[in-house]
Write a protein that binds this ligand. Structure first.
Ligand code: NCD
Length: 315
């Protein structure tokens, strides 16, 4: 039962709870009209202290498609934050007006602080270089739809594994499934943080390999998760410029991959996947973005504890 809960980290839900969400999202895809008034009278706040297109729009579209409404801000300088208001005061105020809030913040842990000050559900939409659990829901839902499950997969992560929060969250979430192994492809400067390596991969005895060469890894992957180099988290521009075009997935490299390798990317893309790959049926990143809206619809319904006529009849 997810009613009233928060989603702050990728492991907050059990694998069974995730499966319930995937099934609900699938039902929404099949019959969206059954859900178009499910959230009538409900209000979602989107508190974005950092830029976003997909995450914010997909949450807003999700709530609007459920018949609910949305208020919020998309940069901190247009809210009272610019006057120095604390997260806890902002949340306690917002909680007077809305039923749930989605928060993106440049500081790691900010949504945890927010959740501690209110009973309404708080969803972490990305906290610094830490986690991005709703992108993980999107990624898992896409894998589940395409591959039917998660066991026995070899998953490659490529690019900025140091600052890429979507990578940290997805590694954590996939580690719970049977016989999943990871190939972590990055330059030495952008390897996964120590807490992911030690507290997840080594501790859970997950099979993983850290490599620099993408071509070497491609032939054995079932999934390739590409990421952009996270310019905004670099301390100097020179390092960013040196590293940004290190990996570019193009048509020639796709020839090295399996016929059913899925290419995922949380987007936005910069240069790391050339546009020619978009036409390849294995390129699923735009489908993934679309799935993100449906899984967020399922998440909103579940956290608000709304059962539609559709669900109740089946129980
Ligand atoms: C990601 C993020 O914000 O971490 N984007 C997203 O939410 N789809 C990835 C990124 O910005 O590179």
């Amino acid at each position: 039962m997810l009613k009233g809960r928060d989603l702050l980290e990728p492991m907050d839900f059990t694998t069974d709870e995730l499966m319930e969400l995937f099934k609900l999202a699938d039902k929404i895809i099949e019959n969206p009209e059954n859900y178009s008034e499910a959230c009538k009278g409900k209000l979602l706040a989107t508190l974005f202290y950092e830029p976003s297109t997909r995450t914010r729009f997909s949450f807003e579209a999700a709530m609007l498609r459920l018949g609910g409404n949305v208020i919020g801000f998309s940069e901190a300088n247009v809210s009272s934050v610019a006057k120095g208001e604390s997260i806890s005061d902002t949340i306690r105020t917002v909680a007077c007006y809305v039923d749930m809030a989605v928060m993106r913040h440049p500081k790691e842990g900010a949504p945890i602080v927010a959740a501690a000050c209110t009973d309404m559900p708080i969803i972490n939409a990305g906290d610094g270089g830490h986690h991005h659990p709703t992108q993980t829901l999107t990624d898992l839902f896409t894998i589940w739809k395409e591959k039917g499950g998660f066991d026995n997969m070899t998953v490659g992560f490529c690019g900025d594994l140091k600052f890429g929060r979507t990578v940290h969250s997805l590694i954590k979430a996939l580690s719970r499934y049977e016989n999943v192994s990871f190939i972590l492809i990055s330059p030495e400067e952008l390897v996964i943080p120590d807490y992911v390596r030690k507290e997840i991969l080594i501790k859970e005895k997950i099979h993983f390999k850290e490599v620099e060469n993408m071509q070497e890894a491609l032939p054995i992957l079932d999934i390739l998760y590409m990421t952009r180099v996270q310019r905004e988290r670099f301390f100097n521009e020179e390092d960013y410029v040196r590293l940004k075009d290190r990996y570019i997935l193009d048509g020639a490299k796709m020839k090295l991959a399996k016929d059913d390798m899925m290419v995922l990317h949380p987007l936005p893309r910069v240069n790391e996947i050339s546009v020619e790959v978009d036409e390849d049926p294995r390129a699923l990143y735009f489908k993934q973005a679309k799935n993100g809206m449906f899984i967020r619809m399922a998440l909103i319904l579940s956290l608000l504890g709304i059962e539609t006529q559709n669900e109740t009849q089946e129980v």
